[in-house]
Design a protein around this ligand. Structure first.
Ligand SMILES: [Zn+2]
Length: 364
């Protein structure tokens, strides 16, 4: 059985939309529990609480601390008031993933307020659970989709730009990862829709990303930024929602998981590692220097990493890179979805090749 989930039920991206939070809550519940990241709440909280107050809605506010983990879930669940009939998540990816776990546990609807455009967590009907030390534990899928996603593009613009560009990296890879694993196979309607959505996102990000970055730097919420926000938060979630069994991640995400064991790279964002991983994947696929250069030049325009130095490495040490290549190629890794055998040696060579090419292009 191939199941598709096209979520969320409502998605609104509009400056000032959070001043309508109360009206949205009233459509689905009356006693909200708010799970909010501290920074997110300092930015979005005044508008949300003003709106709830105006609609005479009492709410319980709990602060999200750290990672989306079972420990954090239990800590927050122990505080839930029995009358809670709706959850509001306010923040970035891990906070919203935690809020979704809570809503699912309580069997109540969830409204997500996304304050960053770095992931599609606000729209998706799944959560990624880690240990408190940020080691991947599991992916949990839900039968319920968020009933509403509210996005104020002004708040996204005011957040550090790196979140937006990392989100572009994580979203851009979807087509590149899904395309090779479906090549030459029968594609059902859901797969075709997912692939088309991924292709559309790729083209839109090429068209609008550079201008979106410029708009953020100028402090303007323009058309380009708003298009990129829709790609990163709404459309990205639809790729996996439509083609959940076929439009999957492959090389870039596998390489990202491998590189997470390199201590020097611990400060790099998920989308940044994935973006570098995509360059390595394309090298593994035998793409030409011309094609790689085109993508590297796009990365340079929006400040995505094009070398191992950009990802935080201070020197090119063989040992950690070989360990990362070994982790990338573990049995069951998504690297093996690529339609050809991939070895540790090939992955290691791709790390170095892209680094050298990126360095060369950085100084021309
Ligand atoms: Zn990702």
């Amino acid at each position: 059985m191939f199941r598709a989930k096209a979520y969320p039920t409502n998605y609104i991206q509009e400056p000032g939309i959070l001043l309508q939070t109360g009206e949205w809550v009233q459509k689905f519940g009356s006693q909200p529990l708010i799970i909010a990241g501290p920074t997110a709440w300092s930015k979005a909280g005044p508008q949300i609480s003003a709106s709830l107050l105006q609609c005479e809605i009492d709410f319980q506010l709990e602060t999200f601390e750290g990672h989306c983990s079972d420990e954090e879930l239990q800590r927050l669940l122990s505080k839930v008031q029995p009358e809670t009939d709706i959850v509001i998540g306010v923040g970035g990816g891990q906070c919203l993933d935690t809020a979704k776990l809570i809503a699912n546990h309580l069997k109540v609807p969830i409204i997500n307020v996304s304050t960053l455009a770095s992931t599609c967590a606000a729209s998706s009907a799944l959560s990624i659970v880690y240990t408190p030390e940020h080691v991947f534990v599991r992916l949990e899928e839900f039968d319920r989709c968020p009933v509403a996603v509210l996005v104020d593009p002004d708040l996204i613009r005011e957040a550090p730009l790196r979140y937006l560009t990392a989100g572009i990296g994580d979203t851009l890879v979807k087509w590149y990862e899904a395309y090779p694993i479906n090549e030459g196979t029968f594609k059902n309607a859901k797969t075709m829709a997912g692939l088309k959505m991924a292709e559309l996102i790729r083209d839109m990000l090429f068209e609008y990303s550079e201008d979106a970055v410029i708009e953020c730097q100028r402090g303007e919420t323009g058309v380009a930024l708003r298009q990129v926000i829709d790609c990163n938060i709404l459309l990205a979630g639809l790729v996996g929602g439509l083609g959940s069994h076929t439009c999957l991640s492959s090389g870039a995400h596998a390489i990202h998981y491998g590189m997470t064991i390199i201590p020097d790279m611990h400060e790099a964002y998920h989308g940044e590692l994935v973006a570098y991983g995509l360059l390595c994947q394309l090298k593994l696929e035998g793409k030409s220097d011309e094609e790689l250069t085109e993508l590297i030049q796009f990365y340079q325009k929006i400040n995505l990493p094009v070398s191992l130095f950009d990802l935080g490495m201070k020197s090119i040490d063989e040992d950690p890179l070989r360990q990362a290549a070994a982790k990338t190629c573990l049995p069951g890794s998504s690297i093996h979805r690529l339609p050809f055998p991939v070895t540790e040696e090939m992955v290691y060579d791709s790390f170095i090749y892209i680094h050298q090419l990126g360095q060369k292009l950085q100084y021309v």
